[in-house]
Design a protein around this ligand. Structure first.
Ligand code: ADP
Ligand code: MG
Length: 256
């Protein structure tokens, strides 16, 4: 069963309008609980990235608000984008050090944290390699290590595995759940893959476009840990079907 954690943050009747007319999000309301693995699932243009950027504080709501249960969001967030966005001239270790370096922290004093983050994503031994020497999946692992190295309470991930081949994606899905368990964080994950969202999440928020909005929320009540056995189970297939139906319905809305 999904854990019924304390509320971490709430999104309250949020609208985001770009310019005069582009309604990227309309009346979004959502509570995020500690320990949730929550996916935002929907077609391109339904406001998934806008929602993440609002939560990250990179954008501000046109209407409504986002409230954190304790203090504000600073120091509580890690972000992973679709592109790994690594610095090509810096070693893997230095790439992972970046969020701390930006705060003026010497590498020596956080060497153990950097090592632990690299261990967590399975990249022990690659400390002194450069991004160009790594595969796409490994670069994404570095990006995840960089997001997790400060042990944030909440990790935001925007279609992080969309550009990877299916086998690499499955492996990263498995490993991501294990990493989440190990560091005990909350994850908000953007995807347009039904299969990926069901595998990972205890909650799926289905969204529709024009205007971007929440259509339905589904609970995936299968226990963790989940592994390849879950991926081939009847229960997984059942949830995929229900989620796919919800997404089809969401995409049908507004098309005439
Ligand atoms: P998704 O991530 O689900 O594909 P987005 O959140 O990127 O959707 O975009 C939602 C809508 O808002 C789209 O119509 C998009 O074109 C528009 N949009 C997003 N960012 C901006 C921006 N900075 N300026 C103008 N329109 C934007
Ligand atoms: Mg997007």
């Amino acid at each position: 069963m999904p854990r019924e954690g304390d509320q971490l943050l709430s999104i309250n009747h949020v609208d985001k309008v770009f310019g005069e007319t582009v309604v990227a999000l309309r009346d979004m309301t959502l509570g995020v609980r500690e320990g949730d693995f929550l996916s935002l699932l929907g077609p391109s243009g339904c406001g998934k990235s806008t929602a993440l950027r609002l939560i990250a504080g990179l954008l501000h709501p046109t209407k409504g608000n986002i409230r954190w249960s304790v203090g504000d969001s600073s120091d509580k967030l890690g972000v992973v984008f679709q592109e790994p966005t690594l610095m090509p001239w810096a070693t893997i270790e230095d790439n992972v050090w970046l969020p701390m370096r930006l705060k003026g922290t010497a590498k020596k004093s956080v060497a153990a944290d950097i090592q632990e983050a690299l261990d967590l994503v399975g990249l022990t031994g690659f400390e002194n390699a450069y991004p160009r020497e790594l595969s796409g999946g490994m670069k994404m692992r570095v990006s995840i290590a960089r997001a997790m190295v400060t042990r944030p309470k909440l990790i935001l991930m925007d279609e992080p595995f969309a550009a990877l081949d299916e086998i690499t994606r499955f492996k990263l899905n498995n490993d991501l759940l294990e990493m989440k368990e190990r560091i005990g964080c909350t994850v908000i994950f953007v995807t347009h893959s039904v299969f990926e969202s069901v595998f990972l999440s205890n909650r799926i928020v289905v969204m529709a476009a024009r205007p971007g909005r929440v259509i339905e929320e589904l609970e995936i009540n299968s226990p963790y840990p989940r592994n390849d056995q879950f991926r081939t189970s009847a229960e997984y297939a059942k949830y995929c079907r229900a989620t796919s139906d919800a997404l089809q319905a969401a995409m049908g809305v507004g098309i005439h």
